[in-house]
Design a protein around this ligand. Sequence first.
Ligand code: AMP
Ligand code: MG
Length: 549
Amino acid sequence: MSETIVSQDLAALCFDNRFTRHLPADPEPANYRRQVQSACFSRVRPLRVSRPQLVAYAPEVAELLDLDLRTPSSDILAEVFSGNRLLDGMDPFAMCYGGHQFGNWAGQLGDGRAINLGEVLNSRGEHWMLQLKGAGPTPYSRTADGLAVLRSSVREFLCSEAMHHLGVPTTRALTLVLTGDQVLRDMFYDGNPQHEPGAVVCRVARSFTRFGSFQLFSARSDHETLQKLVQHTIRCDFPHLGEPTPEARREWFLEVCRTTAEMVVHWMRVGFVHGVMNTDNMSILGETIDYGPYGWLENFDPDWTPNTTDASGRRYRYGQQPRVAMWNLMQLARALVPVFESVDALQQGIDLFAEHFNQTSANMSLAKLGLSPQSRESDVQLLDDLPGLLQLAEIDMTIFYRRLARLPLSPSRSSEAPDRSGGHPGSDDAVLLEALSDAFYRPEQMNNEKQDRMIYWLRRYRARVAQEQLSDSERRQRMNAVNPEFVLRNYLAQLAIDRAVQNDFGMIRELMEVLRHPYDEQPGKEEFAARRPDWARDRAGCSMLSCSS
Ligand code: AMP
Ligand code: MG
């Protein structure tokens, strides 16, 4: 922990609960499922769990809260972060929101199994909301039980932190606690429910407000509550915009569009597929939120989705994410019309999204190749040809970029012009191809024609790198700063889960440690950067996930 950070005990945490103080509360204190009108939240207490056990925690997230988690006993931590023990100043509540699910308006959804404990005010004046996911039923639980299983909680815990260390905007995860209770789940909705260990993750974010939070009040024509939520959001979550004047509201929407675009560019950069980009799963802060049936691209495939629930329509496939983000922003814009003086400001936001996404995404694609963000005519073709190339032989995207960064391409090595008629690979070309080969899941598919295509591209790339006047090591450095060596490969998360179910939490901790430095080569940890093994190709949990969690 750095010296400037105040590090204190749990009891000293300072809560400043602006959300529950400023916004209209549901007057009904009883916890039963219902439609909640004209309120942003319902007060509710977490369900008591039987034998909470702390499995893992993220020290960096504790630092955000000025919290020293080494002092309290793990029993106390488990009591607090399972929801069994409330601290002074906590004011637990579930948020009321709605959303579009898979393109259809779903009405009221809300925190069905998430219970917010309160907002920690740290020594730097920052507010951080603590939220327990899987902490029991709320008025928003509809027909479900309010609980979460270990498997999905491990996935949420590990991925939140992995994403953060990758530089992707995300909600954070402080703790992972086993509840000691069993939870019944029909993992593949095939009539075979099983008991699974229950768990609770303590999520941390500056705000958990979603696009769907605004949509619900708008859909109900409750413009008063909508207005209050907008004012609160600007004041508390976007304080740099000043008082929520019409101008600040315009700036606010532009910022939401900009940050959402940037978030998706990052997803595309690291090969992350969210899996359920419903509008209730879109944070107003442009952060990745709600880790459910997400997945990581192994072989590059724009049509891939990890979510079996979405297998037929593939609405939320990798390559579709930018378009879905824009569609979601359009729903948010529609919801905000009643509190904006003119729709022009909202239209500007949508236009900004498209423009900002295209620009940022093009620059990111160049950066992944070690090239500077200057537009050259020839770059467009070079970039456009890459997705096709990556699909020639089921090529692992993550490994490909790291191997590409290692290729010796400096001009002194070759004077060859990018000649398509070059025919069969020369010895230099063969070396290049060989150096990329451990990214291939199907090397046998690389016939002569595909080899020629790859070589033609590599020659053009080499020529472009020469124009950039970069040494191989400079290029490698640049590329390795944006192309991770380690991501939370689907099968790795599943292996960690398999062991956790057997009460062995070592792999969760080991993965966490490796994923803390995803851009560094880590001697001894190469296995975590390797291709997905064959056994994991079609295994449940590794390549297919359902929403059941
Ligand atoms: P999701 O798509 O997982 O973000 O969830 C959509 C909605 O269902 C949200 O309102 C969740 O709070 C709710 N939900 C999901 N799982 C459960 C559960 N086990 N119990 C209660 N509500 C749930
Ligand atoms: Mg959700």
